[in-house]
Each structure stands twice: as structure tokens, then as C-alpha cells.
Design a protein around this ligand. Structure first.
Ligand SMILES: NC(=O)c1ccc[n+]([C@@H]2O[C@H](COP(=O)([O-])OP(=O)(O)OC[C@H]3O[C@@H](n4cnc5c(N)ncnc54)[C@H](O)[C@@H]3O)[C@@H](O)[C@H]2O)c1
Length: 247
């Protein structure tokens, strides 16, 4: 069994109150680190912090990643409070189901602002710090829908495709400073984003097409690896966890 030790390290997770984000917050803290959950849903973020009883530290703050100024000031505050940020997991995303002809400008921009601009704002806020320390791991999320598309998820699919190009470019910009960036397609994962946005027929289709639905714990194992020194020479990768092996 692989055991990670993140003692003395700080991880920031956007969308950290639910699903994969909450899973990595808990696991990083359990491995001795300080995990900071940032989420627009303050109530859920607070619940995560209050219910955490593990070995490390898990804190939460309200953040709407769509708000560029708020992102700047929250990251500034975190740097002042914790002194350093070693990892950033940009998990915050939404997936409203809307056909293109029915999508308002606001609905379109809401998805772009959350899933794409939010990732850019957070990366921009943390990279000067990571560059100066010549250390840092940034993880973003793509999706199978980025390359295959899916009816009524065009905005989501577009952002998830864009994040591949964004993250690979980020990795190249940061390579001289030994700051890493990798984009992960976690595969279908049993979280509110998956179960809450699909029809029963779609749930059935996805379950059949991948053979199994992954768990948050499976994805978290991969994230721990990309946050740790074990992956210190890996950057600019697109990891596609599309085929999920059943138990
Ligand atoms: N679950 C899957 O099957 C799956 C598949 C492919 C990719 N992904 C990606 O993995 C990542 C995590 O997904 P998940 O399944 O854990 O989702 P989730 O819905 O469980 O969690 C997303 C979190 O983002 C937060 N959030 C939404 N808008 C926000 C905003 N403006 N500011 C801050 N926080 C905001 C939500 O409150 C929620 O806590 C996402 O980027 C998603 O696109 C998930």
C-alpha cells in the first residue's frame, strides 16, 4: 500500500465541499497536510471542516471562482495566513443541462466563468508564489465529454476541452520554474455532479459503456500521486481514466 506524507504542506482545493474536491481535502489532511477547501457553497464547506476529525488540518473558506477580485484577495489572505501553497486542485465546476437553442447568454457565460475562467483566475493567483519557490503542483479536470460531446452539455464540454489546452500551456510556461500542471479526466465518478445531472437512461448508458462507475476514493489516489514528490518529473500530462476496472 502506498502511504503519502504531506506534513508541512498546504493544498488549496476549489469546489472542495463536494465529490472529488471533498475527497482530496480529507485525504490530503489525513496524510498530515493542511487542506483548504474553497467553495461557493459556504454551508457545505463549513460542514466538511466541522466534520473532519483526522490527523491533519482541514479549513474552509467561501469563494466564488467566477469572481476574479475575490480569487485574488482570498489567495492573498491564504498566503499571508499559511505562508505557502504547495498544491492547487481546481475542481469547481457546474454542468447545467441545456440544449444550445435554449441557452441564454447568462447560462452560457455562467459555465464558462465557473469551469474555465475560474481555473485561470486561481492559477494566475498562485503561480507567482509557486514560481518563486520553484515548487508546486496544479491539477485541473477535463472530462470524457470534452472529446466525445454530449447532448445538452455543450458549454460544459467546451470548457473541459479548453482546459486541456490551457493546462498544457500552463505546464510549458511553468516548466523552467519546476512548477507542474496536469489535467485529469477522472472518468465517470460517483459524485453529485454525475448522479445529479443525468437521466436514469443516461446513468444506465454510462454504467454500461465504462463497465463500472468509479469512486471518489479511486480518483483521490491518483490526485495524491500528482500532488506528491513521486510525480515530480511529470507535467503537461492529460490523464484519461476512461476505462474503470470493476472491483
Ligand atoms: N464526477 C464525474 O463523473 C466527473 C467526470 C469528469 C470530470 N469531472 C470533473 O471533476 C471535477 C469534480 O467534480 P465532482 O464530481 O466532484 O463535482 P461536484 O458537483 O460533486 O462538486 C463540484 C463543487 O464545485 C462547487 N462550485 C460550483 N460552482 C462554484 C463556484 N462558482 N465557485 C466555487 N465553487 C463552485 C460546488 O459547490 C461543488 O461543491 C469537476 O471539475 C468535474 O468537471 C467529474
Amino acid at each position: 500500500m502506498v502511504v503519502y506524507d504531506f506534513s508541512g504542506q498546504t493544498l488549496v482545493v476549489t469546489g472542495g465541499a463536494s465529490g472529488i474536491g471533498a475527497g482530496i481535502c480529507r485525504a490530503f489532511a489525513d496524510a498530515g497536510g493542511t487542506a483548504i477547501c474553497l467553495d461557493v457553497n459556504g454551508q457545505m464547506a463549513e460542514q466538511l471542516e466541522d466534520s473532519y476529525t483526522g490527523r491533519g488540518v482541514l479549513r474552509s473558506h467561501v469563494l466564488d471562482v467566477r469572481d476574479s477580485q475575490q480569487v485574488r484577495s482570498v489567495f492573498q489572505r491564504l498566503l499571508t495566513e499559511y505562508g505557502h501553497i504547495d498544491g492547487l486542485v481546481s475542481s469547481a465546476a457546474i454542468q447545467p443541462r441545456l440544449d444550445i437553442e435554449d441557452m441564454s447568454d447568462d447560462a452560457w457565460h455562467g459555465v464558462i466563468d465557473t469551469n474555465l475562467s475560474g481555473v485561470f483566475y486561481c492559477a494566475r493567483a498562485v503561480i507567482p508564489h509557486m514560481k518563486s519557490r520553484r515548487n508546486g503542483s496544479i491539477i485541473t479536470f477535463s472530462s470524457g465529454l470534452a472529446l466525445q460531446g454530449w447532448a445538452s452539455t455543450s458549454a460544459y464540454a467546451a470548457t473541459k476541452a479548453a482546459l486541456i489546452g490551457f493546462t498544457k500551456s500552463l505546464a510549458r510556461e511553468m516548466a523552467p520554474y519546476r512548477v507542474r500542471a496536469n489535467v485529469i479526466h477522472p472518468g465517470i465518478t460517483d459524485s453529485p455532479l454525475f448522479t445529479g445531472t443525468k437521466t436514469p437512461e443516461e446513468l444506465n448508458h454510462f454504467r454500461k459503456s465504462v463497465g463500472a462507475v468509479g469512486t471518489v476514493a479511486d480518483v483521490v489516489q491518483m490526485l495524491l500521486f500528482f500532488l506528491s514528490d513521486a510525480s515530480s518529473s511529470l507535467s503537461g500530462l492529460y490523464i484519461n481514466r476512461d476505462l474503470i476496472l470493476p472491483d
